[in-house]
Design a protein around this ligand. Structure first.
Ligand SMILES: [Zn+2]
Length: 55
């Protein structure tokens, strides 16, 4: 089992406003600038717009 959480590069947790999936920040971005939901078929992008940062 090597999935999800173990590979996060960022410590913050994000939640998708569209599909409700929660994932670490590192899974949602490749360059640390552009964010998008990692779930297949979901097109939510952007912090605050498509994704919500959880504290
Ligand atoms: Zn999503």
């Amino acid at each position: 089992m090597q999935q999800l959480i173990s590979r996060s590069t960022g410590r913050d947790l994000l939640r998708c406003r569209r599909c409700g999936t929660e994932f670490p920040e590192g899974r949602a971005t490749t360059d640390g600038w552009h964010y998008s939901c990692p779930k297949d078929g979901c097109e939510a992008t952007g912090i605050g717009d498509g994704l919500k940062r959880l504290d």
